[in-house]
Design a protein around this ligand. Structure first.
Ligand code: FAD
Length: 468
């Protein structure tokens, strides 16, 4: 039987950096990935392909708006070549996964195997590759097996042809009519991408508002923008079933007492994700889990000593950068070094809508729910130089800070370009800067980052936020 120090199961943004980090520090590590390469859901079915589609959709919008910028583009109006977009996606995915595999295989002490791992006991596993089984003994293991899409629990929710977000990434043509069930970040992003690419889109959400964890004011503003652009957004509606009628799909949903229907060529359900523990052999260990995730302590160790878990398999928040951050902290911890595990209050995320929503730290609602006495400084991007130059001047910045010590606990921006503001926002929250410190930080002009300083200045009474 082969023996390694550490077995890492899953080669996504959680497992891969964990395996690389431990091997670089001299551990013998076996990284097992059941897919076709390293990168996980994020690379193959999630973050990267969806943003490749978003890029094409967004550039199409820009082309159609060229005249706003004094540009006349002659000839035919721009058209979508979906096959070319899919080809571009495949190229980027392949380039990135090949590079990841090459890099991992160059690290001494790190063995990468494409195959499926199953625990046969707390310190034993079987790896199966193309029908060949290997038995492995290890000191410790890190479970980084990610998550899978929930099936909609209504009649017809699992009809062949009712797609998950992963399936939508692979579709061969842009549907004429698309119904998306679930208006979380993935649902909203996909709704807008396919709307821009030419689909007639209906978005159905059970909760009274879209993007439940996002700042409510920004989410409501985005819902208005989606509707104004022509997406049918139905909030507070309960889907009761999906039927196939004459080759198309009919989604039956209830709004209060009324039954309504939406027809589509494609129905996509984006109703949350569950931890991927299928066929992992956890029954052969003391690891506990439920539909929210594998149970871990503050050091990401499960109920079975020596078995750790990172990323989506642990549950919310489910983001690639969160998985990586947990993995890097766990590496330090396993090497006996001081480790700072990521804190939910300092997490950051982006909704890649247009305009984007970037968020770092706590929303006003979440801060109040934690018992904090907070105030919010707002900045309207209609006044903003950079936003006006880009003709993207709709949007709002909200900086949440504690009234007592004036420390910033959250920064939330709805503006095109917000994605690239969110790193700075996260650093501000992580460092616990005060409004005074943010107000006196020099932000370059004309950039969207100025909005941080201007919002803070308005709150500290040094308002110089005149339109320049
Ligand atoms: P995964 O990336 O899912 O990796 C787990 C890996 O484990 C998989 O490759 C799987 O094949 C492998 N595996 C499972 N079981 C076994 C086994 N028994 N043996 C061997 N290997 C196994 N996050 C962001 O931060 N930004 C975004 O913009 C973003 N967009 C997204 C868009 C979509 C459509 C989706 C679905 C997700 C998106 N996410 C985004 C979320 C992000 O993809 C996940 O949070 C991230 O991939 C989690 O990383 P992970 O390593 O925990 O799991």
């Amino acid at each position: 039987m082969e023996t390694v120090d550490i077995l890492v199961v899953g080669g996504g943004p959680g497992g891969t950096p964990a395996a690389k980090g431990l091997a670089r520090e001299g551990k013998s590590v076996l990284l097992v990935e059941s897919g076709s390469g390293l990168g996980g859901t994020c690379l193959f079915k999630g973050c990267v392909p969806s943003k490749i589609f978003r890029e094409s959709a967004s550039r199409l919008v820009d082309l159609k708006r060229a005249e706003e910028f004094g540009l006349r583009i002659g000839g035919d109006s721009p058209r979508v070549n979906w096959a070319a977009i899919q080809d571009r996606k495949h190229d980027i995915l392949k380039r990135r996964s090949d590079a990841a595999l090459l890099e991992a295989r160059s690290i001494p002490g790190l063995q990468v195997t494409l195959g499926r791992a199953q625990l046969t006991g707390p310190r034993r596993a079987v790896i199966e590759t193309d029908g060949v089984r290997r038995e492995i003994a290890f000191e410790r293991t890190i479970l980084a097996t990610g998550s899978v899409s929930n099936v909609l629990p209504v009649p017809g929710g699992n009809l062949a042809g009712v797609l998950s977000s992963e399936d939508l990434i692979e579709v061969h043509e842009i549907p004429d009519r698309l119904v998306l069930i679930g208006a979380g970040p993935i649902g909203v992003e996909m709704a807008q991408i396919f709307h821009f690419l030419g689909s007639k889109v209906v978005l159905l959400e059970l909760l009274p508002r879209i993007l439940e964890p996002v700042d409510a004011i920004l989410a409501d503003r985005l819902a208005l923008i989606l509707r104004r652009d022509g997406i049918e957004v139905n909030q507070g509606v309960a889907v009761e079933g999906v039927r196939k009628v004459d080759g198309r799909y009919e989604v039956i949903y209830r709004r209060a007492e009324d039954e309504e229907r939406a027809t589509a060529d494609r129905v996509v359900t984006v109703v949350g994700r569950r931890p991927n523990v299928d066929h992992l052999g956890l029954e052969n260990t003391h690891v506990r889990f439920d539909r929210h995730g594998v149970k871990v302590n503050a050091f990401l160790e499960t109920d079975e000593a020596g078995i750790f878990a990172v990323g989506d398999v642990v549950g919310q928040p489910m983001f690639a950068h969160w998985a990586t951050s947990q993995a890097l902290s766990l590496v330090a911890h396993l090497l006996g070094r001081p480790a700072r595990f990521p804190l939910v209050n300092e997490n950051s995320a982006v909704v890649f809508s247009r305009p984007e929503i970037g968020m770092a730290g706590l929303t006003e609602e979440a801060a109040r729910a934690q018992g904090m006495d907070v105030a919010v400084a707002e900045y309207d991007y209609r006044r903003d130089a950079r936003a006006q130059i880009m003709n993207e001047a709709e949007g709002l910045l909200r900086v949440v800070y504690k009234r007592d010590d004036r420390r910033i606990v959250g920064i939330h921006a709805l503006v095109e370009g917000a994605a690239d503001l969110t790193g700075e926002a996260a650093a501000v929250v992580r460092a616990g800067l005060t409004m005074e410190e943010l107000a006196s930080t020099i932000h370059p002009h004309p950039t969207l980052t100025e909005s941080f300083g201007l919002a803070a200045q308005s709150a500290v009474g040094r308002r110089c936020a005149t339109v320049r």
